[in-house]
Ligand binder design. Sequence first.
Ligand code: NI
Length: 252
Amino acid sequence: MSRALSRTLALAATTATILALVVGCSSQPETQMSIEPVTDKSTDCQQVACVALTFDDGPSQYTDEVLDKLAQAQAPGTFFVLGKNVSKYPETLQRMVSEGHQIGSHGFAHKDITTLTREEIEHEVQWSAEAIQEAAGVNPTVFRPPYGAHGAVYNRLIPTPLLLWDVDTLDWSHHDPAQTVEIALDEVQTGSVILLHDIHESSVAAVPELIQKLRDQGYVLVTVDELFAHTDFTAGAVYTKLDTSAGANRTP
Ligand code: NI
């Protein structure tokens, strides 16, 4: 049995114990932080105004705090993790899965794929996927190319859709939670993909207010897979936001 599997089984046993305790003590208020998926997987983003929050470059020392804030808000996120960081935070990745978030790949070592050989790109994809599988037992279903750098000749080597973004909060540049929220709210549209980085404390700090204000405007937060669930979401193709040019109920 692999160590990762042992860890997963141990976690499952602990989870079952906690569940049994919660169910067994139904007269007590439930103060346990939710371990249920935080999102309704049936959300149809062709019918409601969806937005996806995405977090790049982790996991890091701040990622668990992001997960705490998402749990408090009952909001899902999508994490584009770097393979080289994953082995340092396997429990954090297991938490992402058990709490209903999505894990995407950001490559192994944050390399611009347009500067790599075919073999190097395949390694970036494969090594990252292996690290994610080892830590959390899932395969990444989307790939975000570092720096957003892509091109037809490179994209066709990626075995999943390539997911860019349409709202860049520039959180990595200004390190100001208020600006992060302001830029996101200025630029957000129905179907937007919002870019944040879970390697900066200032980005973590922006999360609660950002979620609240997006919801105040009528947006429903979803994972990337949910955002594109009712569309043609194809391996090797590039997406920046959900195309909402057809259909009803397009604005919040
Ligand atoms: Ni990055």
